[in-house]
Write a protein that binds this ligand. Structure first.
Ligand code: ZN
Length: 131
């Protein structure tokens, strides 16, 4: 039987996704810490604290980060935070942009995915044009 999306926030499936996301979140944070410890100074402090507060601190992240590895991890941490918020709101599994269900195989591979494949492609294209 396939998993019905969006997930009901109190369901066992949601609890499993939540655990997976929180585990990944903890590992990414440790990675960011380790990368930061290797570099000089503390360029990710602002971003980390903002992430801890669950805020979207895109501008602060971009100001403070030049390490591509950390930037990627922080971006994923932000997606995980958003996926967790959507999970609690009963919106997990629906595309943030078009509201259509996200492909199950995509969610299985990337449980933090908050957009369907088509919208993610558009989003990344727009982002690369801004950069
Ligand atoms: Zn979409």
């Amino acid at each position: 039987m396939s998993t019905p999306y969006p997930l009901e926030p109190r369901s066992a499936a949601a609890a499993q996704v939540r655990a997976t996301l929180q585990d990944r979140e903890a590992r990414l944070r440790a990675e960011v810490e380790a990368t930061r410890a290797r570099g000089e100074g503390d360029p990710t402090r602002v971003a980390r604290e903002a992430t801890d507060r669950g805020e979207d601190a895109e501008s602060q992240v971009e100001l403070g980060l030049n390490d591509a590895e950390v930037a990627r991890d922080v971006a994923e941490l932000r997606e995980i935070g958003e996926a967790l918020a959507r999970l609690d709101a009963g919106r997990y599994g629906l595309c943030k942009d078009c509201d259509e269900p996200i492909d199950e195989r995509r969610l299985a591979a990337e449980p933090f995915a908050i957009r369907c494949t088509a919208c993610q492609g558009r989003f990344e294209l727009a982002r690369s044009r801004r950069a």
